[in-house]
Design a protein around this ligand. Structure first.
Ligand code: HEM
Length: 442
Protein backbone atom coordinates (compact mmCIF):
# COMPACT_ATOMS: atom_id res chain seq x y z
CA UNK A 1 0.00 0.00 0.00
CA UNK A 2 1.27 3.46 -0.74
CA UNK A 3 1.27 5.63 2.31
CA UNK A 4 -1.02 8.51 1.78
CA UNK A 5 0.15 11.58 3.60
CA UNK A 6 -1.55 13.82 1.11
CA UNK A 7 -4.66 14.51 3.12
CA UNK A 8 -3.43 15.44 6.53
CA UNK A 9 -6.59 17.17 7.57
CA UNK A 10 -7.94 20.35 6.07
CA UNK A 11 -5.33 22.47 4.36
CA UNK A 12 -4.88 25.98 5.71
CA UNK A 13 -4.48 27.25 2.18
CA UNK A 14 -7.45 28.08 -0.03
CA UNK A 15 -5.72 26.59 -3.05
CA UNK A 16 -3.30 24.09 -1.63
CA UNK A 17 -0.67 22.39 -3.66
CA UNK A 18 0.58 20.62 -0.56
CA UNK A 19 1.34 17.09 -1.77
CA UNK A 20 2.11 15.44 -5.04
CA UNK A 21 -0.10 12.90 -6.78
CA UNK A 22 1.77 9.96 -5.29
CA UNK A 23 0.92 11.15 -1.85
CA UNK A 24 4.40 12.42 -1.04
CA UNK A 25 4.93 15.85 0.47
CA UNK A 26 5.34 18.36 -2.31
CA UNK A 27 6.06 22.04 -2.00
CA UNK A 28 3.68 24.53 -3.47
CA UNK A 29 4.67 25.92 -6.82
CA UNK A 30 6.62 29.10 -7.02
CA UNK A 31 4.52 31.75 -8.64
CA UNK A 32 7.29 32.07 -11.20
CA UNK A 33 7.13 28.45 -12.31
CA UNK A 34 10.08 26.66 -13.85
CA UNK A 35 9.05 25.20 -17.11
CA UNK A 36 8.32 21.67 -15.97
CA UNK A 37 6.15 22.94 -13.14
CA UNK A 38 4.36 26.00 -14.40
CA UNK A 39 1.29 26.93 -12.37
CA UNK A 40 -1.82 25.46 -13.82
CA UNK A 41 -0.07 22.45 -15.30
CA UNK A 42 -0.53 19.10 -13.64
CA UNK A 43 2.54 17.99 -11.67
CA UNK A 44 4.62 15.51 -13.68
CA UNK A 45 4.31 11.86 -12.74
CA UNK A 46 7.37 9.72 -12.08
CA UNK A 47 8.03 6.00 -11.93
CA UNK A 48 5.24 3.99 -10.35
CA UNK A 49 5.80 3.06 -6.71
CA UNK A 50 8.80 5.37 -6.34
CA UNK A 51 7.33 7.19 -3.33
CA UNK A 52 6.49 4.01 -1.43
CA UNK A 53 9.99 2.74 -2.20
CA UNK A 54 11.83 5.85 -1.02
CA UNK A 55 9.68 5.95 2.11
CA UNK A 56 10.67 2.36 2.81
CA UNK A 57 14.35 3.22 2.33
CA UNK A 58 14.20 6.39 4.42
CA UNK A 59 12.58 4.89 7.53
CA UNK A 60 15.57 2.86 8.82
CA UNK A 61 17.96 5.73 8.09
CA UNK A 62 15.92 8.18 10.16
CA UNK A 63 15.48 5.63 12.95
CA UNK A 64 19.27 5.19 13.12
CA UNK A 65 19.65 8.98 13.09
CA UNK A 66 17.23 9.22 16.02
CA UNK A 67 19.17 6.52 17.92
CA UNK A 68 22.46 8.45 17.54
CA UNK A 69 20.70 11.68 18.52
CA UNK A 70 19.47 10.13 21.76
CA UNK A 71 22.82 8.43 22.44
CA UNK A 72 24.58 11.81 22.19
CA UNK A 73 23.17 13.52 25.33
CA UNK A 74 23.36 10.21 27.22
CA UNK A 75 27.07 9.99 26.38
CA UNK A 76 27.52 13.54 27.71
CA UNK A 77 26.56 12.47 31.22
CA UNK A 78 28.19 9.02 31.06
CA UNK A 79 31.83 8.84 32.20
CA UNK A 80 34.11 9.47 29.20
CA UNK A 81 37.48 11.01 28.33
CA UNK A 82 36.90 13.16 25.25
CA UNK A 83 34.79 15.95 26.78
CA UNK A 84 32.24 17.67 24.58
CA UNK A 85 33.78 16.00 21.50
CA UNK A 86 31.98 12.69 22.05
CA UNK A 87 28.36 13.90 22.35
CA UNK A 88 28.94 16.51 19.65
CA UNK A 89 30.25 13.97 17.14
CA UNK A 90 27.67 11.31 18.01
CA UNK A 91 24.99 13.88 17.26
CA UNK A 92 26.63 15.63 14.30
CA UNK A 93 28.28 12.73 12.47
CA UNK A 94 25.82 10.02 13.53
CA UNK A 95 22.48 11.77 14.10
CA UNK A 96 22.58 14.76 11.79
CA UNK A 97 24.49 13.24 8.87
CA UNK A 98 22.27 10.15 8.86
CA UNK A 99 19.19 12.38 8.92
CA UNK A 100 20.69 14.38 6.07
CA UNK A 101 21.43 11.16 4.15
CA UNK A 102 17.85 9.92 4.46
CA UNK A 103 16.10 13.26 4.00
CA UNK A 104 18.08 14.46 0.95
CA UNK A 105 17.34 11.25 -0.97
CA UNK A 106 13.69 11.34 0.12
CA UNK A 107 13.22 14.96 -0.92
CA UNK A 108 15.10 14.49 -4.18
CA UNK A 109 12.96 11.50 -5.23
CA UNK A 110 9.63 13.02 -4.20
CA UNK A 111 10.20 16.64 -5.21
CA UNK A 112 12.18 16.01 -8.38
CA UNK A 113 9.79 13.23 -9.40
CA UNK A 114 12.62 10.75 -9.88
CA UNK A 115 12.96 6.98 -9.46
CA UNK A 116 14.14 5.79 -6.05
CA UNK A 117 17.85 4.90 -5.82
CA UNK A 118 18.94 1.24 -5.66
CA UNK A 119 18.07 -0.16 -2.22
CA UNK A 120 21.43 -1.91 -1.85
CA UNK A 121 23.36 1.34 -2.32
CA UNK A 122 21.11 3.28 0.03
CA UNK A 123 21.66 0.59 2.65
CA UNK A 124 25.41 0.57 2.00
CA UNK A 125 25.54 4.36 2.47
CA UNK A 126 23.50 4.19 5.67
CA UNK A 127 25.55 1.45 7.33
CA UNK A 128 28.92 2.80 6.20
CA UNK A 129 28.07 6.13 7.80
CA UNK A 130 26.72 4.55 10.97
CA UNK A 131 29.79 2.32 11.28
CA UNK A 132 32.10 5.28 10.64
CA UNK A 133 30.37 7.48 13.22
CA UNK A 134 30.30 4.76 15.88
CA UNK A 135 33.86 3.72 15.00
CA UNK A 136 35.13 7.28 15.38
CA UNK A 137 33.49 7.63 18.78
CA UNK A 138 34.88 4.33 20.09
CA UNK A 139 38.32 4.81 18.53
CA UNK A 140 38.83 8.28 19.99
CA UNK A 141 37.40 7.34 23.34
CA UNK A 142 39.65 4.28 23.61
CA UNK A 143 42.62 6.17 22.15
CA UNK A 144 42.94 3.50 19.50
CA UNK A 145 45.48 5.42 17.43
CA UNK A 146 45.69 7.10 14.03
CA UNK A 147 45.13 3.98 11.93
CA UNK A 148 41.79 3.03 13.48
CA UNK A 149 40.58 6.64 13.51
CA UNK A 150 41.71 6.91 9.88
CA UNK A 151 39.63 3.87 8.89
CA UNK A 152 36.55 5.18 10.71
CA UNK A 153 37.02 8.66 9.20
CA UNK A 154 37.45 7.11 5.76
CA UNK A 155 34.14 5.28 6.25
CA UNK A 156 32.40 8.58 7.02
CA UNK A 157 33.95 10.15 3.94
CA UNK A 158 33.07 7.15 1.75
CA UNK A 159 29.47 7.49 2.92
CA UNK A 160 29.50 11.14 1.81
CA UNK A 161 30.82 10.13 -1.62
CA UNK A 162 28.15 7.41 -1.99
CA UNK A 163 25.46 9.89 -0.97
CA UNK A 164 26.72 12.35 -3.60
CA UNK A 165 26.64 9.63 -6.28
CA UNK A 166 23.11 8.60 -5.25
CA UNK A 167 21.89 12.20 -5.42
CA UNK A 168 23.46 12.73 -8.86
CA UNK A 169 21.77 9.54 -10.06
CA UNK A 170 18.42 10.65 -8.64
CA UNK A 171 18.85 14.08 -10.28
CA UNK A 172 19.59 12.49 -13.66
CA UNK A 173 16.36 10.49 -13.51
CA UNK A 174 14.27 13.51 -12.47
CA UNK A 175 11.17 14.46 -14.43
CA UNK A 176 10.81 17.83 -12.69
CA UNK A 177 13.69 20.28 -12.80
CA UNK A 178 12.43 22.45 -9.94
CA UNK A 179 14.62 20.68 -7.38
CA UNK A 180 17.95 21.12 -9.23
CA UNK A 181 19.07 24.15 -7.17
CA UNK A 182 18.66 22.11 -4.00
CA UNK A 183 20.76 19.32 -5.48
CA UNK A 184 23.46 21.92 -6.20
CA UNK A 185 23.37 22.92 -2.53
CA UNK A 186 23.63 19.26 -1.49
CA UNK A 187 26.64 18.56 -3.71
CA UNK A 188 28.43 21.71 -2.52
CA UNK A 189 27.69 20.62 1.06
CA UNK A 190 29.17 17.18 0.48
CA UNK A 191 32.30 18.74 -1.05
CA UNK A 192 32.75 20.93 2.03
CA UNK A 193 32.12 17.91 4.27
CA UNK A 194 34.79 15.85 2.54
CA UNK A 195 37.37 18.59 3.12
CA UNK A 196 36.16 19.10 6.70
CA UNK A 197 36.27 15.42 7.58
CA UNK A 198 39.75 15.09 6.06
CA UNK A 199 40.89 17.85 8.43
CA UNK A 200 39.19 15.99 11.29
CA UNK A 201 41.12 12.82 10.52
CA UNK A 202 44.39 14.78 10.46
CA UNK A 203 43.55 16.46 13.77
CA UNK A 204 42.60 13.18 15.39
CA UNK A 205 45.92 11.58 14.44
CA UNK A 206 48.65 10.81 16.96
CA UNK A 207 50.97 13.43 15.50
CA UNK A 208 48.58 16.38 15.79
CA UNK A 209 50.26 19.08 17.85
CA UNK A 210 49.74 22.78 18.42
CA UNK A 211 48.44 23.11 14.86
CA UNK A 212 45.21 21.57 16.08
CA UNK A 213 43.44 24.79 17.06
CA UNK A 214 44.05 26.29 13.66
CA UNK A 215 42.49 23.35 11.83
CA UNK A 216 39.71 23.13 14.38
CA UNK A 217 38.04 26.39 13.31
CA UNK A 218 38.39 25.48 9.63
CA UNK A 219 37.03 21.98 10.41
CA UNK A 220 33.98 23.48 12.11
CA UNK A 221 33.41 26.04 9.35
CA UNK A 222 33.50 23.35 6.65
CA UNK A 223 31.44 20.78 8.52
CA UNK A 224 28.95 22.84 10.50
CA UNK A 225 28.34 25.72 8.11
CA UNK A 226 29.27 23.86 4.92
CA UNK A 227 28.13 20.26 5.18
CA UNK A 228 25.15 20.70 7.50
CA UNK A 229 24.29 24.32 6.75
CA UNK A 230 24.22 24.12 2.96
CA UNK A 231 21.93 21.07 3.05
CA UNK A 232 19.48 22.90 5.31
CA UNK A 233 19.67 26.07 3.21
CA UNK A 234 18.95 24.11 0.02
CA UNK A 235 15.96 22.38 1.57
CA UNK A 236 14.16 25.13 3.49
CA UNK A 237 12.55 27.01 0.57
CA UNK A 238 10.67 23.78 -0.27
CA UNK A 239 10.35 22.34 3.19
CA UNK A 240 8.91 25.39 4.96
CA UNK A 241 6.17 25.47 2.30
CA UNK A 242 5.52 21.75 2.75
CA UNK A 243 5.50 21.87 6.54
CA UNK A 244 3.18 24.89 6.59
CA UNK A 245 1.07 23.41 3.76
CA UNK A 246 1.29 26.50 1.63
CA UNK A 247 2.77 27.64 -1.66
CA UNK A 248 6.45 28.44 -2.00
CA UNK A 249 7.35 32.13 -1.90
CA UNK A 250 7.03 33.81 -5.28
CA UNK A 251 10.65 34.93 -4.91
CA UNK A 252 11.87 31.33 -4.56
CA UNK A 253 12.56 30.79 -8.25
CA UNK A 254 15.14 28.15 -9.19
CA UNK A 255 17.50 30.94 -10.28
CA UNK A 256 17.25 32.75 -6.96
CA UNK A 257 17.63 29.57 -4.92
CA UNK A 258 20.78 28.81 -6.94
CA UNK A 259 22.01 32.38 -6.46
CA UNK A 260 21.54 31.98 -2.72
CA UNK A 261 24.18 29.28 -2.73
CA UNK A 262 26.85 31.79 -3.82
CA UNK A 263 27.29 33.82 -0.59
CA UNK A 264 26.84 30.72 1.56
CA UNK A 265 29.43 28.61 -0.28
CA UNK A 266 31.80 31.57 -0.68
CA UNK A 267 31.45 32.27 3.03
CA UNK A 268 32.40 28.69 3.88
CA UNK A 269 35.44 28.69 1.56
CA UNK A 270 36.69 32.14 2.65
CA UNK A 271 36.02 31.39 6.32
CA UNK A 272 37.76 28.02 6.29
CA UNK A 273 40.72 29.38 4.31
CA UNK A 274 41.05 32.35 6.66
CA UNK A 275 41.04 30.20 9.79
CA UNK A 276 43.31 27.53 8.29
CA UNK A 277 45.92 30.13 7.32
CA UNK A 278 45.58 31.95 10.65
CA UNK A 279 44.04 35.09 9.21
CA UNK A 280 41.10 35.59 11.58
CA UNK A 281 39.96 38.74 9.80
CA UNK A 282 39.60 36.79 6.57
CA UNK A 283 37.75 34.12 8.58
CA UNK A 284 35.45 36.84 9.92
CA UNK A 285 34.76 38.10 6.40
CA UNK A 286 33.86 34.53 5.41
CA UNK A 287 31.45 34.15 8.33
CA UNK A 288 29.88 37.55 7.65
CA UNK A 289 29.41 36.62 3.98
CA UNK A 290 27.72 33.43 5.11
CA UNK A 291 25.50 35.49 7.43
CA UNK A 292 24.43 37.64 4.47
CA UNK A 293 23.56 34.40 2.66
CA UNK A 294 21.36 33.34 5.58
CA UNK A 295 19.48 36.63 5.52
CA UNK A 296 19.00 36.20 1.75
CA UNK A 297 17.67 32.70 2.42
CA UNK A 298 15.05 34.06 4.83
CA UNK A 299 13.95 36.46 2.09
CA UNK A 300 12.95 33.58 -0.22
CA UNK A 301 11.05 31.59 2.41
CA UNK A 302 7.26 31.73 2.38
CA UNK A 303 5.56 33.78 5.08
CA UNK A 304 2.98 31.59 6.83
CA UNK A 305 -0.32 33.16 7.81
CA UNK A 306 -1.98 32.73 11.20
CA UNK A 307 -3.94 29.62 10.19
CA UNK A 308 -0.80 27.99 8.86
CA UNK A 309 1.09 28.72 12.10
CA UNK A 310 -1.89 27.25 13.96
CA UNK A 311 -2.00 24.10 11.82
CA UNK A 312 1.74 23.34 11.90
CA UNK A 313 2.16 24.62 15.46
CA UNK A 314 5.42 23.96 17.27
CA UNK A 315 6.99 22.16 14.29
CA UNK A 316 6.99 25.35 12.26
CA UNK A 317 8.10 27.47 15.22
CA UNK A 318 11.05 25.07 15.66
CA UNK A 319 12.13 25.89 12.10
CA UNK A 320 11.74 29.64 12.59
CA UNK A 321 13.52 29.66 15.94
CA UNK A 322 16.23 27.40 14.54
CA UNK A 323 16.85 29.89 11.75
CA UNK A 324 17.09 32.73 14.26
CA UNK A 325 19.64 30.81 16.38
CA UNK A 326 21.59 29.96 13.23
CA UNK A 327 21.86 33.61 12.16
CA UNK A 328 22.65 34.68 15.74
CA UNK A 329 25.38 32.06 16.22
CA UNK A 330 27.05 32.85 12.88
CA UNK A 331 26.87 36.59 13.69
CA UNK A 332 28.43 36.01 17.10
CA UNK A 333 31.21 33.84 15.64
CA UNK A 334 31.93 36.48 12.95
CA UNK A 335 32.05 39.28 15.53
CA UNK A 336 34.39 37.29 17.75
CA UNK A 337 36.71 36.43 14.86
CA UNK A 338 36.76 40.05 13.71
CA UNK A 339 38.03 41.09 17.15
CA UNK A 340 40.71 38.39 17.23
CA UNK A 341 38.87 36.06 19.59
CA UNK A 342 38.09 32.36 19.20
CA UNK A 343 35.01 32.27 16.91
CA UNK A 344 33.43 29.00 18.02
CA UNK A 345 33.45 29.02 21.81
CA UNK A 346 31.45 26.26 23.47
CA UNK A 347 28.63 28.82 24.01
CA UNK A 348 28.49 29.73 20.30
CA UNK A 349 28.80 26.07 19.31
CA UNK A 350 25.94 24.93 21.52
CA UNK A 351 23.76 27.82 20.38
CA UNK A 352 24.36 26.59 16.82
CA UNK A 353 24.11 22.86 17.47
CA UNK A 354 21.24 22.83 19.99
CA UNK A 355 19.39 26.05 19.14
CA UNK A 356 19.70 25.85 15.37
CA UNK A 357 20.49 22.38 14.06
CA UNK A 358 18.90 20.10 16.67
CA UNK A 359 15.82 22.30 16.61
CA UNK A 360 15.56 22.26 12.80
CA UNK A 361 16.06 18.48 12.91
CA UNK A 362 13.25 17.99 15.44
CA UNK A 363 10.96 20.40 13.57
CA UNK A 364 11.59 18.42 10.37
CA UNK A 365 11.23 14.96 11.92
CA UNK A 366 7.98 16.14 13.50
CA UNK A 367 6.60 16.37 9.97
CA UNK A 368 8.49 13.53 8.28
CA UNK A 369 7.88 11.01 11.10
CA UNK A 370 4.09 10.86 10.69
CA UNK A 371 4.42 10.99 6.88
CA UNK A 372 6.86 8.07 6.79
CA UNK A 373 4.82 6.11 9.32
CA UNK A 374 1.92 6.20 6.89
CA UNK A 375 -1.17 4.15 7.66
CA UNK A 376 -3.99 6.32 6.39
CA UNK A 377 -5.50 9.74 7.01
CA UNK A 378 -6.62 9.32 10.60
CA UNK A 379 -3.30 7.89 11.67
CA UNK A 380 -1.44 10.66 9.84
CA UNK A 381 -3.46 13.38 11.55
CA UNK A 382 -2.93 11.65 14.92
CA UNK A 383 0.81 11.57 14.16
CA UNK A 384 0.88 15.31 13.53
CA UNK A 385 -0.86 15.86 16.86
CA UNK A 386 1.72 13.64 18.58
CA UNK A 387 4.65 15.63 17.22
CA UNK A 388 3.23 19.03 18.19
CA UNK A 389 4.96 19.80 21.49
CA UNK A 390 4.99 23.25 23.07
CA UNK A 391 6.86 21.82 26.06
CA UNK A 392 9.58 20.53 23.73
CA UNK A 393 9.75 23.89 21.97
CA UNK A 394 10.11 25.80 25.27
CA UNK A 395 12.71 23.34 26.60
CA UNK A 396 14.72 23.46 23.35
CA UNK A 397 14.94 27.22 23.29
CA UNK A 398 15.48 27.41 27.05
CA UNK A 399 18.36 24.94 26.73
CA UNK A 400 19.93 26.83 23.83
CA UNK A 401 19.56 30.12 25.71
CA UNK A 402 21.10 28.70 28.89
CA UNK A 403 24.02 27.18 26.96
CA UNK A 404 24.58 30.43 25.08
CA UNK A 405 24.79 32.29 28.40
CA UNK A 406 27.19 29.75 29.84
CA UNK A 407 24.64 28.30 32.30
CA UNK A 408 25.54 24.74 31.37
CA UNK A 409 23.74 22.98 34.25
CA UNK A 410 20.43 24.69 33.50
CA UNK A 411 21.04 24.00 29.82
CA UNK A 412 21.66 20.31 30.49
CA UNK A 413 18.47 19.99 32.57
CA UNK A 414 16.36 21.66 29.90
CA UNK A 415 18.02 19.57 27.21
CA UNK A 416 17.13 16.44 29.21
CA UNK A 417 13.50 17.60 29.36
CA UNK A 418 13.49 18.12 25.59
CA UNK A 419 15.08 14.74 24.86
CA UNK A 420 12.67 12.93 27.24
CA UNK A 421 9.67 14.67 25.67
CA UNK A 422 10.89 13.84 22.14
CA UNK A 423 11.64 10.21 23.00
CA UNK A 424 8.20 9.76 24.57
CA UNK A 425 6.54 11.20 21.46
CA UNK A 426 8.67 9.08 19.16
CA UNK A 427 7.59 6.04 21.21
CA UNK A 428 3.92 6.93 20.65
CA UNK A 429 4.61 7.43 16.94
CA UNK A 430 6.36 4.07 16.63
CA UNK A 431 3.76 2.12 18.62
CA UNK A 432 2.18 -0.65 16.53
CA UNK A 433 -0.75 0.47 14.39
CA UNK A 434 -4.28 -0.01 15.64
CA UNK A 435 -6.72 -0.02 12.77
CA UNK A 436 -8.13 3.48 13.41
CA UNK A 437 -9.26 3.98 9.89
CA UNK A 438 -11.44 1.01 9.37
CA UNK A 439 -11.70 -0.82 6.13
CA UNK A 440 -10.81 1.15 3.07
CA UNK A 441 -10.19 4.33 4.99
CA UNK A 442 -6.81 5.04 3.43
C1 HEM B 1 35.78 12.06 9.76
C2 HEM B 1 35.03 12.69 10.59
C3 HEM B 1 35.52 13.59 11.72
C4 HEM B 1 36.65 13.52 12.50
C5 HEM B 1 37.75 12.48 12.44
C6 HEM B 1 36.61 14.62 13.42
C7 HEM B 1 37.58 14.90 14.35
C8 HEM B 1 37.62 16.02 15.15
C9 HEM B 1 38.71 16.41 16.01
C10 HEM B 1 39.97 15.61 16.20
C11 HEM B 1 38.38 17.56 16.61
C12 HEM B 1 39.25 18.38 17.57
C13 HEM B 1 39.02 17.91 18.93
C14 HEM B 1 39.85 18.63 19.94
O1 HEM B 1 39.97 19.87 19.87
O2 HEM B 1 40.38 17.94 20.80
C15 HEM B 1 37.07 17.93 16.16
C16 HEM B 1 36.37 19.01 16.59
C17 HEM B 1 35.10 19.31 16.18
N1 HEM B 1 34.40 18.70 15.17
FE1 HEM B 1 34.94 17.02 14.17
N2 HEM B 1 35.48 15.33 13.19
C18 HEM B 1 34.79 14.74 12.15
C19 HEM B 1 33.61 15.17 11.59
C20 HEM B 1 32.90 16.23 12.03
C21 HEM B 1 31.63 16.64 11.49
C22 HEM B 1 30.93 15.98 10.30
C23 HEM B 1 31.23 17.71 12.22
C24 HEM B 1 29.99 18.55 12.08
C25 HEM B 1 29.00 18.31 11.29
C26 HEM B 1 32.23 17.98 13.21
C27 HEM B 1 32.19 18.98 14.16
C28 HEM B 1 33.19 19.28 15.07
C29 HEM B 1 33.07 20.30 16.07
C30 HEM B 1 31.84 21.17 16.31
C31 HEM B 1 34.28 20.31 16.76
C32 HEM B 1 34.65 21.26 17.92
C33 HEM B 1 34.23 20.65 19.21
C34 HEM B 1 35.29 19.82 19.82
O3 HEM B 1 36.48 20.13 19.66
O4 HEM B 1 34.93 18.85 20.50
N3 HEM B 1 33.23 17.07 13.07
N4 HEM B 1 36.65 16.98 15.26
Amino acid sequence: MTDAPGDAGPSPDESPVGHDPDGSPAPGRTGAGDGANRPGRPAPRGAAGRVAEIQRLTRPTLLLAAAFSVAAPISAVAPHDTGAWLPLHLFLVGGLLLAISGATQFFAVTWATAPAPPAAWTAAQRWTLAAGAAGLAVARELDAGSAVIGIAGAAVMAALVILGALLVRIGRGAVAKRFEPSLHHYLAALGAGLAGCALGVVMAGDDAGAEILRWRDAHMTLNLLGLVGLVIAGTLPFFVATEARMKMATGATPGRIDLGLVPLAAGVVIGAAGFATEHPLVGAVGLATYGVGLVALVAILPTPRAKQWRWAGSRLVHLAAGLAWWIGAVGAAAARAATGREPFTIEVLLALVVGAYAQILVGSLGYLGPVLRGGGHVRLTAGFTTTRSWLGLAAANGAAGAFALGASTAGAVLLAVWVADSVARAGVLLAPAIDHDGPGAA
